[in-house]
Design a protein around this ligand. Structure first.
Ligand code: SAH
Ligand code: SF4
Ligand code: F3S
Length: 469
């Protein structure tokens, strides 16, 4: 198996820790992307914490500034350049180290722009070189130079990095990196490389460890989780472990881990939603009956030019099949409006699917052109004002559905995993239903981390109010 030996990097962590001793240094980290990006940030936090930096939410007092970037849409990119202007001031004040990593750093034109216009950035690292950040920071501290550590080739699977998690009830667990699907609008395959699955043994050990630390909920992560191990020669690579050789068998094994009470996963691809996965969800009581199933568009024509490999009809069939096999299952989805060539009629198909499926949650995006993707080169781009009009129309429909769905919760009893105190009202507890709805309720400290039966008493657009009896 191609697992990289990271002992050398752990040595660099110790070396930096020695240099930093007694200096009371602080780090600031900004995570700009998806849950995978967040999980990477937790690893970065783990690394720099071991180096002796403590976390600050205030960039002004940071000695080390970390930006973990995303390039999925244009606005994600713009955010970095705004933040870099701000960071320059603090660099001058505290002599802070500025390090930028993540998906955006895999884009050549972005790195060139940084070189040209932002010479005060100290470290640039990519998605395949995160594990080398200890060495990068050491070199900057010792040589005071400028470093770029971006690899074009697919990184190998890295195990054994320290981690400092953001939460102590719910944990993110990346099970695979990269994507082989090349949806025509999407930049991810270019910046994250091909699919590489982690060894089942490493995943199970991580989750067993989390259970021992008191974690209750596991979110499995990958750009296409339900193709876990599938695109790889898992037998040749020795990835078979205790009968685990697919996503379904992995789910069943995780379901047996004592202490873990909830299992979620993002994102599965509709084309890979095989029978064995549906049966695993049905059979395993810890897997939430709430599935994120990205549709992107309701039009079979658009789905074809998006290279999604399913149709409106086959998506609806899949939803119906899952509803039959998994009683009470609910869905959320991702939708893009304004993909090149999308006609009014195509857009109506999207609205039609939304009406038919009645999603619990819809993540809506306006199509954003990404350099290097096939859709960026398509000639029939949709004018901004039409994209925005469609977006508003979709949003109105989704909000009206969610309003109605929320009302149906009133009077029901839901299993709620209590996560902590509410951010908006620190006297109240907050938790989530199996369908990921936020529930606010009165209760004591000792209920945090418990799965409770909560009666829903009212709904308030973004959350439900509940009571314990
Ligand atoms: N691998 C996941 C999605 C990762 S990106 C999947 O296939 O479902 C998260 C979402 O961002 C996508 O589902 C899509 O809806 C949206 N997205 C991706 N590229 C986009 C683009 N160029 N413009 C607008 N939205 C985009
Ligand atoms: Fe992007 Fe498609 Fe891969 Fe998801 S499946 S990451 S949308 S290319
Ligand atoms: Fe963004 Fe990279 Fe995630 S582009 S959405 S951070 S995989």
């Amino acid at each position: 198996m191609g697992t990289i030996n990271i002992d050398q990097q752990l040595d660099y962590i110790d070396k930096v820790n020695n240099i930093n001793k007694g200096k009371n240094l602080k780090y600031y980290i900004l995570t700009m992307g998806c849950s995978l990006n967040e999980n990477d940030s937790e690893k970065l936090s783990g690394i720099v914490t071991k180096m002796g930096y403590t976390k600050t939410e205030n960039i002004e007092e940071a000695n080390l500034i970390l930006f973990n970037t995303c390039c999925i849409r244009e606005n994600a990119e713009e955010r970095l350049f705004g933040k870099l202007g701000e960071a320059k001031k603090y660099k001058e004040k505290n002599n802070a180290i500025i390090a930028i990593g993540g998906c955006m750093m895999q884009e050549k034109h972005i790195v060139e722009k940084l070189h040209k216009s932002y010479p005060y950035v100290d470290i640039i690292f990519g998605t395949h070189t995160l594990h080398k950040v200890p060495e990068d920071i050491y070199k900057i501290l010792v040589d005071n130079g400028r470093l770029e550590d971006v690899l074009d080739i697919d990184g190998e699977v890295i195990e054994g990095l320290p981690i400092k998690r953001d939460d102590n009830i719910k944990a993110l667990v990346t099970i695979m990196n990269g994507c082989n699907n090349f949806c025509t609008y999407c930049i991810v395959p270019y910046v994250r490389g091909r699919e590489r699955s982690r060894h089942p043994k490493d995943i199970l050990e991580e989750i067993e460890g989390l259970a021992k630390q008191g974690y209750k909920e596991i979110m499995l992560l990958g750009q296409n989780v339900n193709s876990y191990l599938r695109s790889e020669k898992w037998k040749e690579k020795g990835l078979d472990y205790n009968g685990i050789n697919s996503f379904a068998t992995l789910l069943r094994a995780i379901n047996k881990i004592d202490g873990i009470e909830r299992i979620r996963f993002i994102s599965p691809h509709p084309k890979d939603f095989t029978e064995d996965v549906i049966e695993a969800i049905r059979d395993c009581e810890k897997i939430c009956n709430f599935i994120h199933l990205p549709i992107q568009s309701g039009s079979s024509n658009i789905l074809k030019t998006m290279n999604r490999k399913y149709t409106k009809e086959s998506y609806l069939e899949l939803v119906n099949k899952m509803r039959e096999k998994i009683p009470g299952v609910k869905f959320s989805t991702d939708i893009i409006v304004g993909f090149p060539g999308e006609t009014e009629e195509n857009f109506e198909d999207t609205l039609d699917v939304v009406r038919k499926v009645n999603f619990e949650q819809v993540f809506m995006f306006i199509y954003s052109r990404r350099v290097g993707t096939p859709a960026d080169k398509m000639e029939n781009q949709i004018p901004e004002e039409i994209k925005h009009k469609r977006f508003e129309k979709l949003k109105d429909l989704v909000e009206s559905q969610i309003d109605l769905n929320n009302k149906e919760y009133i009077g029901t009893t839901q299993k709620v995993l209590i996560e902590g105190y509410s951010k908006n009202d620190s006297s109240k507890l907050t938790g989530r239903t199996e369908s990921n709805k936020v529930v606010i309720l009165d209760g004591k400290n000792e209920l945090i981390g418990k799965m409770l039966d909560v009666k829903i008493i009212s709904e308030h657009k973004w959350y439900l109010k509940g009571s314990l009896n």
